[in-house]
Design a binder for this molecule. Structure first.
Ligand SMILES: O=C(O)CCC(=O)C(=O)O
Ligand SMILES: [Fe+2]
Length: 339
């Protein structure tokens, strides 16, 4: 990650901020990722030097974090469970089966006809309702399984005593918000993060494929969004008071940033108000709502955009998700990067 403020990766922060469905996780056609942009060389003026400059600039900030009592602000130990624990993590069954089935049918219909992707700006495309209902449930269950295990969720913080307003877990490699480094194991407990599940990678491929097809259809260059193959996924869980200040994701390698390889971001659960801007000023930022199942891609000319989560909208998670899983109120966000 780059610079975040409330949770995760190198985020610069400003606490003040305050689909074309292609698919199912197990659809083999999703493996066919467009090759056309794999040798993309950025035409953007992001020289290594400017990346370095920006990295320095942003690393002096923390993202959406606020001070806690612990002066050294070590990560809070003991894994966080994204499932409600009061009923042993079982899904809520307070509705009759026929009502649950009706709701499920309605939700599946809703997700079957994903709307046309939204072109937000060069290099930035939003795939509304890209992740179908079945796959959203799988994403939640997988994050829960990994999240309570070794290398699972914890509340990250900075050595100055501030903590991000979220729970975080890294897959593939660890990203440490304080040192802003990607490492093979976590600094605070030496645990090697779990691998990125293959099903997640298939969804990422499908999302990039869908975005490229959309760019082609709208007579734009597919090279606006270079292709990438993720080796890190940062999973954030925001409760209803969660947020993440405006930041840039700039801790990835110089090569990755110079090629402007995209960040692919999944949202599952409650909706979020997502801000993005060329400058770190929430008042000047554009706002877009990210709902459950949406995939946001930002690469190319938008790779270093300032972005953050202003708020989570309570009780907006789709009913199938709260009926079929025991997920707590809140939002899961998964950002995939090739670091
Ligand atoms: O939660 C989100 O939508 C954004 C997360 C993010 O920017 C990050 O983890 O770097
Ligand atoms: Fe970010």
């Amino acid at each position: 990650m780059g610079e975040h403020q409330t949770q995760a990766p190198c985020r610069i922060s400003q606490d003040s901020i305050a689909g074309h469905r292609l698919g199912s996780l197990f659809n083999p056609s999703l493996n066919k990722v467009s090759q056309s942009s794999s040798s993309y060389v950025s035409s953007r003026s992001t020289s290594s030097q400017s990346v370095e400059r920006q990295q320095k600039l942003t690393s002096e900030n923390t993202i959406g974090a606020s001070p806690e009592r612990d002066p050294r602000s070590k990560p809070e130990k003991g894994s966080f469970d994204i499932f409600r624990t009061t009923n042993g993590g079982l899904p809520k069954l307070n509705k009759p089966l026929h009502v649950l089935n009706k709701e499920k049918k309605r939700d599946s219909e809703r997700f079957k006809n994903a709307p046309e992707p939204q072109y937000l700006r060069s290099g930035m495309v939003l795939l509304k309702k890209f992740i179908n209902t079945t796959d959203q449930v799988k994403v939640v269950n997988k994050c829960r399984e990994l999240g309570i295990g070794s290398g699972g969720f914890y509340r990250p913080g900075y050595s100055n005593g501030t903590k991000l307003h979220l729970q975080m877990m890294c897959l593939g490699k660890d990203w440490d918000p304080d040192s802003k480094l990607y490492k093979d194991s976590r600094l605070f407990d030496d645990v090697v993060p779990p691998e990125i599940p293959g099903e997640f990678k298939i969804l990422v491929d499908g999302a990039l494929h869908t975005a490229h097809n959309f760019l082609r259809r709208s007579s734009r260059s597919v090279e606006e969004i270079p292709n990438m193959s993720p080796d890190v996924c940062i999973v954030n869980f925001y409760d209803n008071s969660g947020k993440l200040g405006l930041h840039q994701d700039i801790d990835e390698s110089r090569e990755s940033l110079a090629k402007e390889l995209p960040v692919v971001s999944f949202s599952v659960g409650d909706s979020a108000e997502f801000l993005y801007s060329d400058v770190r000023d929430a008042d000047k930022a554009e706002k877009v709502i990210l709902d459950s199942g949406d995939v946001l891609i930002f690469g190319g000319k938008s790779r270093l955009i300032f972005h953050g989560v202003a708020s989570i909208k309570p009780n907006t998670a789709p009913t199938f998700l709260t009926n079929e899983t025991a997920v707590r109120p809140g939002r899961l966000n998964l950002t995939f990067r090739q670091v």
